[in-house]
Design a binder for this molecule. Structure first.
Ligand code: AVJ
Ligand code: FE
Length: 439
């Protein structure tokens, strides 16, 4: 089994680390070095911070914890500790300049690959199971998504380009799908690289509900705007209403009204808002308000995962909506192959057994749920990955965006952010109760 065989896990680890580093190299070489040290938004770190932080985490977990080596540059640890310095403050730190940051990350990687050769990939301890390699590849890919967000916020001409996703015929299938009520297995105890907050697998009972077949599109969202949605208090939570008022928010981030049409800026290029694409760069408050305007609601995290993983025919939870096979370009828009979501209704090969599409890839999907631990949660290997974020302050996002690599994307993967955040690649789909007559 390729999920447990030591040699295939080692190969997987090498491949994941290499893919991540290639992406990091691209994201930090497509602009001139002075742009790496600049702060493009107070919401984000300078790119050169992400670069050295990636190396520093790899040194900490693979070289020091797994291999027991001495710190290479103990004096820089504090600079790259995300909890010591908030993002807005990072440009004023004595960070490694671009050349040194590159060299440091490369040196760490060289040593990490030596460690990889001698790791057992057996058992469950951090030092023998290879989990640490998967964790570090996922960590780097998460920062690669963060760096892509920084590129989106950056002013000036495009530094990155990628081919567009294939055009798709207008989606004409049913608008929503009934997910029958009943128990299902949420989370995982078997996925080798699942992070602590995805564990353990446990039973949840979900009443019947309907969920959108595809993510909410720009055209649908525009109807909310044109209907005066941003000016109608009825659709907003009190916090959401105060927030959009205080910040003058009237449309998704990066949108601009030009005469009778909406334009948006995407990686340095201004274009007409494409009507059939999933809406992107909305905060939780906007997603929640749209859903209420539409007479619906956001799905809970549990509903989202049931729609994405539960196969009613076998009564099993699968790794992905389409089954247990790793994602391919036919299944989902992942890995920064494209720098935008694909039209709603794309990827029929990636649909769930009930016919729900694009649950994986394209846009992160806001759920109504706060980030909470599963019953039996154990922080591993460190509390600061997820435990310190549990509570009502963060909302869960599911499914991954076009910017996420497959190594950090699966049916159980949990992301989270503040409900005001919208520089992230966030969209949503809506749901509604089915009521007793359909269970
Ligand atoms: C899980 C995406 C919320 O970016 O803050 C990166 C991932 N954790 N380095 C984040 C993470 C530590 C995290 N998110
Ligand atoms: Fe990090």
């Amino acid at each position: 089994d390729s999920l447990t065989d030591p040699e295939s896990l080692r190969e997987r680890a090498l491949d994941a680390l290499t893919t991540a580093r290639d992406r990091t190299a691209l994201l930090t070489s497509c602009v001139e070095d002075p742009e790496l040290t600049a702060q493009h938004s107070p919401l984000m770190s300078p790119l050169v911070w992400d670069l050295a932080h990636i190396g520093n985490q790899e040194e900490l977990w693979l070289l020091r914890t797994v291999a027991g080596r001495e710190a290479m540059r103990p004096e820089i640890d504090g600079l790259y500790d995300a909890f010591e310095h908030p993002r807005a403050e990072r440009p004023s730190l004595p960070l490694l300049p671009p050349g040194e940051a590159r060299q440091y990350a490369a040196e760490v990687r060289g040593r990490a690959l030596d460690v990889l050769e001698s790791t057992a990939f057996q058992g469950t301890r951090l030092t023998e199971a290879g989990f640490a390699f998967g964790m570090i590849a996922q960590h780097e890919q998460q920062h690669d998504e963060t760096m892509l967000i920084t590129h989106q916020l950056r002013k000036g001409p495009a530094a990155l380009t990628a081919p567009d996703p294939a055009p798709a015929p207008l989606f004409t299938g049913p608008a929503e799908v009934l997910v029958p009520g009943g128990p299902f297995a949420m989370g995982t105890s078997t996925e080798p690289w699942a992070l602590d907050n995805e564990r353990p697998a446990h039973r949840r009972i979900v009443p019947s509900f309907y969920i959108d077949t595809v993510p909410v599109t720009n055209a649908a969202y525009q109807a909310f705007i044109e209907d005066g949605g941003y000016g109608d208090r009825r659709w907003w939570t009190p916090e959401g209403w105060d927030h959009i008022r205080a910040h003058g928010i009237k449309a998704p981030l990066f949108w601009r009204r030009d005469g009778g049409q909406w334009l948006r800026r995407r990686f340095g290029v201004t274009e007409l808002v494409p009507p059939d694409e999933p809406v992107l760069h909305v905060c939780w408050y906007e997603a929640d308000a749209y859903a209420r305007w539409a007479g619906r609601r956001l799905p809970t995290e549990t509903e989202w995962e049931k729609a994405a993983r539960h196969d009613p025919a076998s009564d099993r939870s699968t790794r992905y909506p389409w089954g247990d096979a790793d994602p391919t370009p036919e299944h989902a828009n992942l890995g920064q192959r494209h720098l935008r979501p694909a039209p709603a209704g794309s990827y029929p090969a990636g649909e769930s057994p009930l016919g729900v599409r694009q649950l994986i890839g394209d846009v992160w999907e806001w759920t109504s749920s706060d980030l909470q631990p599963y019953p039996g949660f154990v922080a591993f290997p460190y509390r600061e990955y997820s435990e310190v974020f549990f509570g009502p302050e963060y909302k869960v996002l599911r499914g991954g965006s076009f910017a996420v690599d497959p190594v950090v994307c699966r049916g159980t993967f949990r992301n989270w952010d503040y409900p005001i955040r919208r520089q992230i690649f966030s969209g949503f789909r809506t749901a509604r109760d089915a009521g007793p007559e359909s269970s």
